[in-house]
Design a binder for this molecule. Structure first.
Ligand SMILES: Cc1ncc(COP(=O)(O)O)c(C=O)c1O
Length: 399
């Protein structure tokens, strides 16, 4: 008789971001005025024209039945068109698998690609879900460490140093969660060329593609590296671009064999994504990008406030993020220092201390493979944002 829970599943770590959120919510429920920088979701409602399309779909019996596992044909076509419009990357609708959020696209991709022992290069700090999913698939996550001195950008030399004969995949994420790093086009091309020359697969997570600031243009590594041929998978979704985190629509785009394998997996796991959500996604993707432009302007303003206020704190170093909606300051100067009579020795303890003493929720860098940092989402209202960072400022100033 083995253990009650399988070793494979028991090894999954609790999502640190959700854990912070749960603790912050418990504080709130107890009447404490917590300001949450923990979760990564836009504070805006989903635009009306998208919601209206969902309401119409809900009233149409056509949408009340099972539909094709890989997605509604009109949504797969809209995704192919949108990919050409936004990335200049030409794909056919048959290369698209619609998934329950970008998260299931990540899961399906690695489940379909990895055999035991296959290594995946991932740039640290990384989104907390990636290593768990890679390990679940039997793969080995190989973090390649970056820090604030390079703006959290990895170089080809670093990737080459981490590559072994077991390396199968490079996971490329720009803009990045948690660092907000956006790769300049020439660096995207250099990384793509390197991966193609080495015969690696590239999985590119482009979920924050439209959230880039200061006139930056996000480029897709799939589009600029045709040499990757049939070894590239694009992961994307509507969650961050259209304030649709709760609707659960994402997708992967890949070569025929990968899409077939991932669709077979999904057919036994979850079948089609909810049709009403898919209809909403069709409206989102066939509409224009004006709603995201409005949100981007608000995020940009909040980004500047947050970076300015964090940089005023002694012991905090905060590079300006070029994309997404996270700041990722290095806070090693706050460790081992008394704050309201308490001392944190690592950033897990520091995040706890900040929550308990300043009633502000932040996520420790340990969740992203880089202790010594904190992640703060700036996808919340301007006043709350200023008040929240102000509380951290006062906590540190008091000593
Ligand atoms: C980098 C990255 N990829 C994918 C996702 C998945 O988003 P969803 O499953 O909500 O579409 C997230 C969400 O936080 C993310 O940060």
């Amino acid at each position: 008789m083995g253990t009650r829970i399988s070793d494979r599943i028991a090894a999954i770590a609790e999502s640190a971001t959700l854990a912070v959120d749960a603790k912050a919510k418990a504080f709130k429920a107890a009447g404490r005025p917590v300001i949450g920088f923990g979760v990564g979701e836009p504070d805006f409602p989903t635009p009306d024209y998208i919601v209206d399309a969902a309401v119409a779909a809900a009233k149409d019996p056509r949408y009340h039945r099972y539909s094709p596992v890989a997605g509604l044909p009109e949504l797969r076509a809209a995704i192919a068109e949108k990919t050409l419009r936004d990335s200049g990357y030409a794909v056919s609708p048959s290369q698209v698998l619609v998934t329950n959020g970008g998260k299931q696209a990540v899961y399906n991709t690695f489940a379909a690609l990895l055999d035991p022992g296959d290594e995946v290069l991932l740039v640290a700090p990384y989104w907390t879900t990636y290593p768990e999913v890679i390990q679940l698939a039997g793969g080995v996550p190989v973090p390649v460490l970056t820090d604030e001195t390079s703006g959290y950008l990895v170089t080809v030399e670093q990737l080459e140093a981490a590559r072994t004969e077991h390396t199968k995949v490079l996971l490329f994420v720009s803009p990045s969660n948690p660092s907000g790093a956006v790769y300049p086009p020439e660096q995207v091309a250099a990384v793509g060329r390197w991966a193609a020359e080495r015969g690696l697969w590239v999985v590119t997570d482009e979920i924050y593609e439209h959230l880039v600031y200061d006139g930056r243009q996000n480029v897709s590594i799939a589009a600029v590296t045709p040499e990757l041929g049939d070894r590239v998978v694009v992961v994307n979704g509507v969650a961050k671009t259209y304030a649709m985190t709760g609707w659960r629509v994402g997708w992967l785009i890949g070569p025929a064999d990968l899409v077939r394998a991932a669709t077979n997996l999904q057919s036994h796991a979850t079948s089609n994504v909810a049709n009403v959500s898919q209809a909403a996604a069709v409206a989102a993707l066939t509409g224009d990008l004006s709603a995201v432009a409005t949100m981007r302007a608000a995020f940009d303003r909040r980004r500047r406030t947050m970076v300015r206020m964090l940089s005023e704190i002694d012991g905090v170093r905060c590079p300006e993020p070029g994309g997404a909606f996270y700041a990722y300051p290095q806070v090693k100067g706050l460790l081992g220092r008394p704050l309201r009579g308490r001392t944190a020795t690592d950033t897990v303890e520091l995040a706890e201390l900040i929550l308990e003493e300043a009633e502000v929720a932040v996520v420790p860098g340990e969740a992203f493979g880089t202790p010594g940092y904190l992640r703060l989402s700036y996808a919340l209202g301007d006043d709350d944002l200023a008040e929240g960072v102000g509380r951290i400022q006062r906590l540190v100033a008091e000593g």
